[in-house]
Design a protein around this ligand. Structure first.
Ligand SMILES: CC(C)(COP(=O)(O)OP(=O)(O)OC[C@H]1O[C@@H](n2cnc3c(N)ncnc32)[C@H](O)[C@@H]1OP(=O)(O)O)[C@@H](O)C(=O)NCCC(=O)NCCS
Length: 142
């Protein structure tokens, strides 16, 4: 049984680092605002194990950026990432103070997942140094 709930940065940073910044220093997994506690973090737990995480940040615009989606390899392709992000997006949408414009920079392999969540591609694909090709995507309210 997977439990999805808000998380602290300390709870999610090691999974984010292991999945998205493997082989680089832990600080490479810190995003702007993490040290000041600016992000909203979510986790999916299976027993005591953190299976997946995702974070939302208020950024320029103001808008809301969904970042750091990561599922531990042994828990992938079981719908956990989608359920986690759906919960995080629902909570964001219900929070009247959060900027309404939600977007993300998707890795190409994850585009279909974001499309299922209601994101649409915006503009041309681009390259993030050391990480690979990405597609900016914007969430469209249903
Ligand atoms: C992307 C990711 C968070 C999805 O988590 P998940 O719990 O496996 O997600 P779900 O089971 O709900 O959905 C599976 C979808 O993930 C995507 N996916 C599967 N393996 C993936 C991989 N190695 N890398 C990126 N995306 C992947 C696919 O789009 C798949 O959808 P499909 O059924 O249309 O092929 C997870 O695969 C992951 O951590 N990948 C590596 C890091 C990453 O790419 N993060 C996203 C940054 S934008």
């Amino acid at each position: 049984m997977v439990e999805i709930r808000p998380a602290t940065f300390d709870e999610i940073v090691h999974l984010r680092h292991a999945v998205l910044r493997a082989g680089r220093p832990l600080e490479s997994a810190y995003y702007p605002g993490d040290e000041s506690g600016a992000g909203v973090h979510w986790g999916a737990w299976n027993g005591g194990d953190l299976a997946a995480c995702v974070s939302l940040y208020t950024v320029e615009g103001p808008s809301t950026q969904l970042r750091g989606a990561a599922t531990a390899p042994q828990w992938r392709n079981q719908g956990i990432g989608e359920a986690l992000m759906r919960t995080a997006i629902d909570a964001w949408w219900a929070d009247q103070r959060a900027p309404r414009d939600l977007w993300c920079n998707a890795r190409i392999a994850a585009i279909t997942l974001y499309e299922r969540l209601g994101f649409v591609a915006e503009g041309e694909r681009f390259e993030f140094p050391h990480i690979g090709p990405h597609q900016r995507m914007r969430w469209v309210a249903p």
